[in-house]
Design a binder for this molecule. Structure first.
Ligand code: NAD
Length: 373
């Protein structure tokens, strides 16, 4: 089985879908790995390292595409790029959902591609080592705190100096899933006083175990679905949550928002009025920027200052930590690939009854199964 790893086509993407260590494992499993010249350079991996791991390096994407049975990428190819991929190839990427782009779905169908979208993997124990969402959310949570600390004109830790005591910064984390918990841990390591809120009361213990204060809503709505994800809350709970967030924000120096509801636009938790009530010089880092934002004033990909508050809306924040983001993503991809790989037949074998395959298979043999427009 030939596995092709192309240099990411999107300019802003520094990650790569395979690193030398994962190439070595693929080769040991009997796969032939072809890597485009310079594919790993932006994330800190040289062609020579890939070669040392057993990959063949080629500068011609068309040749790589034509020769590959499986194509590994981070970003979704564009509809035009799909046309260059030979029929029947299996495409594995972070997300292959069309997100309203009908031409992309049509391309998958026309090219009879097998499309496996890793963001749709079920969050089950068996698939934990393939969980790209958690890998990337961890990085985003960490980096969001560094962005906040960089933009805040204050120390995070408490300092006792001859000139007086510096009080610690107050950090408020909205949404305590994977990214939120990492943001809490990172802000705590920097010495901030951290509080957090989530609609899933189950996270209270996790928040407290990291040394943060859990801001309780005092409402008994069970805003959690059977898979452990958040659900949209009732109008009454949303109103109470806004009151609670407003009170917390009045004394917050840095707010990190991470609240998401799978398959939906991110809930707006911080309104323009709440931003106005914050102290001048405060910072908001909105990790939900790409899903519409948790803050009403967020502009995806931009940093804006409104009511003397800096609102940062990072886009593809994980690409700014491309070395480890690639390592973790590539390991998830490797584990997924090995799960699908039939060593005897030396090819990908799709067991359509397998929960993992069923979860992330978007298109196969000319049929779009899910994740369409
Ligand atoms: P996510 O990125 O979908 O959402 C982030 C957080 O936002 C969640 O904690 C959610 O409850 C919260 N949120 C949603 N609406 C909110 C609102 N109105 N106000 C405040 N917070 C709000 O979540 P995630 O980080 O991907 O993890 C979600 C769940 O998946 C968790 O239960 C987690 O433990 C579970 N999980 C399971 C596995 C596994 O078993 N393999 C791996 C990772 C995560």
């Amino acid at each position: 089985m030939k596995v092709a790893v192309l240099k990411e086509m999107a300019d802003a993407e520094k990650r790569v879908a395979a690193v030398p260590a994962t190439v070595e494992k693929m080769v040991a499993a009997g796969m032939e790995v072809l890597v485009q010249t310079g594919a790993g350079l932006a994330s800190g991996f040289r062609d020579a390292d890939y070669q040392g791991a057993g990959a063949k390096i080629d500068d011609h994407p068309e040749i790589l595409l034509a020769a590959g049975d499986v194509l590994l990428t981070v970003q979704r190819p564009s509809a035009e790029e799909l046309e260059r991929i030979p029929e029947g190839v299996a495409l594995v990427a972070y997300s292959l959902q069309s997100r309203g782009d009908a031409s992309f779905s049509a391309g998958l169908q026309r090219r009879r591609l097998t499309a496996l979208s890793l963001d749709l993997l079920p969050r089950i124990a068996r698939a934990q080592n393939m969980d790209v969402l958690s890998s990337m959310a961890n990085i985003a949570g960490y980096k969001s705190v560094l962005l906040a600390a960089g933009a805040l004109g204050k120390f995070f830790p408490m300092l006792m100096t001859a000139a007086g005591t510096v009080l610690p910064a107050k950090v408020f984390v909205l949404g305590a899933g994977v990214a939120g918990l990492q943001a809490i841990a990172t802000a705590r390591r920097l010495g901030a006083l951290v509080s957090a809120f989530d609609v899933r009361p189950a996270v209270k213990e996790q928040v407290e175990s990291l040394g943060a204060r859990f801001v309780a809503l005092g409402i008994d709505e069970h805003a959690e679905d059977a898979k452990g994800y958040a659900k949209e809350v009732s109008a009454e709970t949303a109103r109470k949550e806004r009151e609670l967030v407003l009170e917390e924000l009045k004394t917050t120096d840095a707010c990190i928002t991470t609240a998401l509801i799978p398959g939906k636009k991110a809930p707006v938790l911080v309104t323009a009025g709440m931003v106005k009530a914050m102290k001048p010089g405060s910072v908001i880092v909105d990790l939900a920027a790409e899903q519409g934002g948790n803050c009403e004033l967020t502009e995806p990909g931009k940093t804006v200052v409104v009511h003397d508050v800096t609102v940062i809306g990072p886009v593809n924040i994980v690409s700014s930590m491309a070395f480890q983001a690639s390592q973790l993503y590539a390991r998830n991809v490797l584990n997924f690939l090995l799960h699908l790989y039939d060593r005897q037949a030396r090819k990908v074998s799709l067991d359509r009854a397998d929960e993992i395959v069923k979860g992330c298979l978007i298109a196969h043999a000319g049929e779009v199964l899910q994740g369409g427009p």
